[in-house]
Design a protein around this ligand. Structure first.
Ligand SMILES: [Zn+2]
Length: 177
């Protein structure tokens, strides 16, 4: 995972996001309505996709694992957790379908003060939370945020997971992941 700089949107897409956000806010939309609104907002999604691809590392790589092609627009804070953030530009990241659908899904773990425990590569410096071990290609978590990321990152690398497996498992159990 590397730091990612968020780009500006074109005016049309930005206006579209603002309009949709306002519609959801006025309706007091809950998760099902927000999901439906996102699904039907094809023009907006088409406007977001190339900007996210341009921000992503390498050739449109997933912003979480960096391994696979980013094919999905992920809501960093899931729609289930924050329906009114469905059309918030700072809430959109490019993810591969595995990270989006299998690993992250509707999870949004928080600590006791309410602070998010996932690394947002557009906001956080991933290097503060993770240390790359060059010999194995695995990540050693340095913080609670790093623990969660390391679990996702090692999905295809059981050797690396074993290295700090007990730390990962105990931290995740504490978070009820
Ligand atoms: Zn991924």
């Amino acid at each position: 995972m590397i730091p990612i700089q968020r780009s500006a949107l074109d005016a049309r897409t930005q206006r579209g996001l603002e309009r949709k956000s306002e519609e959801l806010r006025v309706k007091g939309a809950a998760t099902p309505e927000a999901r439906q609104a996102w699904k039907s907002a094809r023009t907006i999604r088409r406007g977001l996709a190339p900007v996210l691809s341009g921000m992503a590392p390498g050739l449109s790589r997933c912003m979480y694992c960096g391994d696979s092609e980013g094919t999905d627009i992920d809501h960093f804070r899931p729609i289930a957790s924050d329906p009114l953030g469905t059309f918030r530009w700072t809430n959109h990241l490019l993810a591969c379908s595995h990270c989006n659908s299998n690993m992250k899904r509707d999870r949004y773990p928080r600590d006791s003060s309410g602070a998010c425990l996932l690394v947002d590569p557009c906001v956080d410096d991933p290097h503060e939370h993770l240390e790359l071990t060059f010999a194995t290609g695995g990540y050693t978590p340095l913080t609670a945020k790093g623990v969660l990321y390391a679990m996702v990152r090692t999905k295809d690398s059981p050797g690396a997971a074993v290295m700090f497996g007990s730390r990962v498992v105990s931290a995740l159990q504490a978070l009820h992941w």
